[in-house]
Write a protein that binds this ligand. Structure first.
Ligand code: ZN
Length: 335
């Protein structure tokens, strides 16, 4: 059955009796003990025990700088500074989440009130509550503990942000892996390296556009190096098979690094030379190294594919084992 599953086949209707009923790991599930090790006592109290900081005490209450507010437990991006407003309630307030599905809610009947609790959808960390009395056009007021948030100013983000574009077979797999890596800010699936403009998925799959399925990885250079990004790349696909990853065959599945600057090119070339010298792989690496010309972002339904479709057969049978293997091999640098 596995043999028939390739990325382009999109086996959405394939009937498969899969005995693996483990829950999907689109979310982060850690034990209380693990969280206790990672979080400060104040963070643990708010994020894991659903505590509330005293009003007007949070360090982010008055900040008006441009930037992004992340979950302080898992780094997930939650709110843009554009959504922040002064609600005079004593806690940082926002009128919308940065992206649909970033925040999950639950009914909270504690303290004799009926409220809607908000949590980070990725790690389940308690953020605060949401109310329908917002003064802006959304009518929503996310009332959030400062301690649940980490603010990254835009100026910082720009100075320490780099991006690289990588092809290693089906982009659904590679995207799912990089999304779980600490220091990765964003991952987009797309197409690059071909000779047609604005390619569509089915055109790329037919193999005549010259484009490869790629992911563009934006990362924070303070948290992860390009070497680490590439190390993950070389271990999460087979860089020794020309124009092929498993059952996915064609130049659209070629192993390729599209570099954004010459420093990236040098690092990539050195790594490949070192791997070949040390015979890390049984066969020589065939990964193409080429300058990035244009990155065409793929259709929306390809973005966040594994997380949004984790029950699909392809995700369960092909992507999930790869993600699991990656998570075991790179425990120290996961989100
Ligand atoms: Zn989180």
């Amino acid at each position: 059955m596995l043999q028939s599953l390739t990325a382009c086949a999109q086996p959405r209707s394939t009937e498969i009796n899969n005995s693996d009923t483990t829950t999907m790991d689109a979310t982060i599930n850690k034990t209380n003990e693990e969280w206790k090790k990672e979080l400060t006592p104040e963070q643990y109290y708010i994020l894991r025990e659903k505590g509330t900081e005293s009003p007007y005490t949070g360090k982010l209450l008055l900040i008006k700088d441009k930037g992004v507010y992340h979950c302080s437990a898992c780094g997930n991006e939650l709110f843009s500074s554009d959504a922040k407003f002064d609600s005079h309630c004593g806690w940082p307030s926002f009128d919308k989440e940065i992206k649909a599905g970033t925040i999950k809610t639950a009914v909270d009947n504690s303290l004799g009130m009926s409220r809607t609790e908000i949590m980070c959808a990725r790690c389940g960390g308690h953020l605060g509550h949401v109310f329908n009395d917002g003064p802006t056009e959304t009518g929503i007021r996310y009332c959030v503990n400062s301690i649940s948030l980490e603010f990254v100013p835009e100026a910082d983000t720009k100075n320490y942000t780099d991006s690289i574009t990588l092809g290693g077979g089906c982009f659904w797999c590679i995207e799912a892996i990089y999304q779980r890596l600490e220091g990765v800010i964003a991952v987009s699936s797309g197409y690059s390296g071909g000779h047609t403009e604005n390619p569509k998925y089915n055109e790329v799959c037919e193999g005549n556009t010259g484009h490869a399925e790629v992911v563009q990885v934006v990362f924070d250079t303070r948290k992860i190096s390009l070497e680490e990004i590439l190390h993950v790349f070389f271990t999460s696909h087979d860089p020794t098979t020309l124009n092929r990853q498993g059952n996915d065959v064609g130049t659209q599945y070629r192993s390729v690094i599209f570099y954004s600057n010459s420093a990236q090119q040098t690092i990539a070339e050195k790594m490949i030379a070192a791997f070949n010298n040390e015979k890390v792989f049984k066969h020589p690496i065939v990964t193409e190294i080429a300058p990035l010309k244009t990155f065409y972002k793929a259709e929306n339904y390809h973005q966040n594919y594994y997380n949004d479709n984790s029950n699909e057969p392809y995700c369960r049978l092909i992507i999930m084992p790869k993600v699991r293997k990656f998570q075991q091999g790179f425990k120290d640098i996961l989100k």
